[in-house]
Write a protein that binds this ligand. Structure first.
Ligand SMILES: [Zn+2]
Length: 231
């Protein structure tokens, strides 16, 4: 076979391999967890921390309420149990109990606030958990589909490489070397099909002499971009 035909075949195989590699890299990128999924995970963690905080607050505030309630009950028992005979002492204790009851009301309010915050945090956590689970499932489904696609790409590329080896085996080493160097220099495209009388790479109109040589199957370069031409 003419060298130019072999090079054209090689170029087609290499372009297909380039496309496989690009798609493989793109899929790999698309398989990463999305920023949205990561952001939702962060929101879920924050909601967890918030719920934990308010649960602790509620427990501590409830304990304070119970503690003070018990103290007031005990003092009232002392006051009304008749053990304190002194009238002034009774008045003083009464005042003390009333003061403690006012404080108790404040503590109860604070405990209620913690309870409401806890409920709100629990609601928020459930919402973020649901949203995260849905997003994660969608991502996993996408990932599974992409994994299959990756496997197919690997098989496809393997077939192309086998074909490439066959072509390379019949190509003179100097031509292969020149082709590889040109591909590096010319953005992966070293051999192009002539488009009428124009270069299929850069689009330049080709001189009649060049067109003629291409038709004859000679190895000719486009005078503008330097790519090899075939028809
Ligand atoms: Zn050209």
């Amino acid at each position: 076979m003419q060298t130019i035909k072999l090079l054209a075949t090689l170029q087609k195989i290499d372009l297909a391999l380039d496309a496989d590699r690009r798609q493989f890299a793109e899929n790999k990128q698309a398989m990463q967890p999305s920023p949205e999924l990561q952001a939702m995970l962060k929101q879920m963690k924050e909601a967890e921390a918030r719920l934990k905080h308010w649960r602790k607050q509620r427990r501590e505030r409830d304990e304070k309420v119970t503690e003070l309630s018990d103290k007031i009950t005990m003092l009232e028992k002392q006051l009304y149990g008749g053990r304190i005979k002194d009238a002034r002492e009774q008045v003083s204790m009464q005042q003390n109990i009333e003061s403690l009851k006012r404080h108790l009301a404040t503590l109860e309010e604070s405990a209620l606030e913690a309870l409401l915050e806890q409920e709100e945090a629990a609601k928020r956590l459930a919402e973020t958990q649901n949203a995260f689970a849905a997003m994660k499932q969608a991502w996993q489904e996408k990932k599974t589909a992409l994994e299959k696609e990756q496997e197919a790409l690997v098989v496809h590329a393997r077939g192309l490489k086998a074909k490439r080896e066959q072509v390379v085996a019949t190509l003179p080493a100097a031509d292969l070397k020149r082709y590889e160097a040109m591909r590096k220099k010319l953005g992966g495209l070293a051999v192009v099909q002539m488009n009428g009388r124009s270069c299929g790479g850069c689009g330049a109109s080709l001189p009649t002499a060049v067109v003629q040589k291409v038709h004859e199957g000679q190895t000719v370069k486009c005078p503008i971009c330097g790519r090899l031409l075939y028809d």
